[in-house]
Design a protein around this ligand. Structure first.
Ligand code: HEM
Ligand SMILES: CC(C)=CCC/C(C)=C/CC/C(C)=C/COP(=O)(O)OP(=O)(O)O
Length: 303
């Protein structure tokens, strides 16, 4: 954080809606869904109360990480159109409230996970909060265009945490699910960054399209999509899932690849209303919901 005077220094008392907004609930929905699928695809079925507690802990931890991210970067959020109306830059909440909320929620989620489920799940949950806040937000985001490649690992942990909560260990399938989200994050984010490039440029954030331009970003998107598809399909030939998952993941990965090739072929330097980048970004979200949904359907219907 720099020492710029922000509206947040003069903030009004926030109401509960501002605290909900601080948890980035729409992004959290996919984080929680992948965590739930990791838990439901595990070979151990938890009693419903424990399963619910584990998912609640993942949701609270993701909300805590989002709050701490916004506590640290209120100055950046104030400079970008997309984020200027968030509770801190808009002056509806002061930074200390966001910090206390984030630390409290994060500590509570980790303790509850450790005590109610197991400490492996608790430790990985703590690690993912710290990864997002310290490695991505504080260390890498303002320094390198590789910020989201490395920092994106934070968002890849939830299925592994769900699995660890159910079984107390981590095997090849949750590691492949981690790898899938890890490789999905760059195309997901770089597609979006191509059409909000001017926001990042105005805020001085070194995202790939700002530093290296459209062409390189589009090449990198296509480059990550290939191993992402391999990681998505791999559990099927390895015998870790059945045909239902395998066929769904293959079909969706082919569509993802086709959309990324359209992005690669695009030469436009101004964002279009429904250009290939917007389509790929929207599809990236549907893709992850559908692949993880298929994993659970496969496990429960074919097991
Ligand atoms: C470093 C990694 C990531 C970065 C930088 C990133 C960045 C973004 C950004 C900037 C948005 C625009 C929406 C907003 O204003 O909040 C977005 C949307 C979204 N992201 Fe990501 N993302 C990352 C990883 C993830 C992960 C791991 C997930 C879930 C597994 C995810 C799920 C979503 C969803 C569901 C949306 C749509 C939200 C909406 O409908 O408004 N993202 N992402
Ligand atoms: C369990 C647990 C702790 C999960 C964490 C999940 C996680 C790391 C999700 C990352 C998603 C996300 C919105 C990144 C935004 O980057 P940004 O902060 O640069 O986006 P912004 O520009 O919208 O603020």
């Amino acid at each position: 954080m720099n020492s710029t005077v922000l509206k947040t220094d003069l903030a009004l008392p926030a109401d509960w809606r501002d605290f909900v907004a601080l948890t980035k609930p729409r992004v959290m929905s996919l984080v929680v869904f992948t965590g739930l699928c990791g838990l439901l695809a595990a070979p151990v079925t938890l009693p419903p109360v424990l399963g619910f507690t584990a998912i609640l802990c993942i949701a609270l931890a993701a909300g805590a990480a989002a709050a701490l991210n916004q506590w640290y970067e209120a100055d950046l959020d104030a400079l970008m159109k997309r984020t200027a109306k968030r509770p801190l830059p808009d002056g509806r909440m002061d930074r200390t409230a966001a910090l206390h909320f984030g630390v409290g929620l994060g500590a509570f989620s980790v303790l509850l996970m450790g005590l109610a489920l197991n400490w492996l799940a608790g430790a990985v949950l703590a690690g993912s909060i710290l990864f997002y806040v310290v490695i991505y937000t504080i260390w890498l985001k303002r320094r390198t265009p590789q910020n989201i490649v490395i920092g994106g690992a934070a968002g890849a942990f939830p299925p592994l945490i769900g699995w660890a909560a159910a079984t107390g260990d981590v095997t090849l399938l949750p590691l492949l699910l981690f790898t899938l989200i890890f490789l999905w994050t760059p195309p997901h984010f770089w597609a979006l960054s191509l059409f909000v490039r001017s926001d990042y440029a105005a805020a001085g954030v070194p995202m790939l399209p700002v530093v290296s331009g459209h062409r390189v970003t589009r090449q990198q998107i296509a480059l990550y999509t290939l191993p992402m598809g391999v990681a998505a399909v791999a559990p099927w030939p390895l015998g870790l899932t059945g045909w239902l998952y395998g066929i769904t993941a293959s079909a969706l990965s082919i569509i993802f690849l086709a959309l990324s090739l359209r992005v690669l072929a695009n030469r436009a330097t101004e964002p279009a209303e429904m250009g290939p980048e917007k389509k790929l970004f929207a599809f990236s979200i549907v893709y992850l919901f559908a692949v993880f949904g298929a994993l659970v359907a496969d496990h429960w219907l074919l097991a």
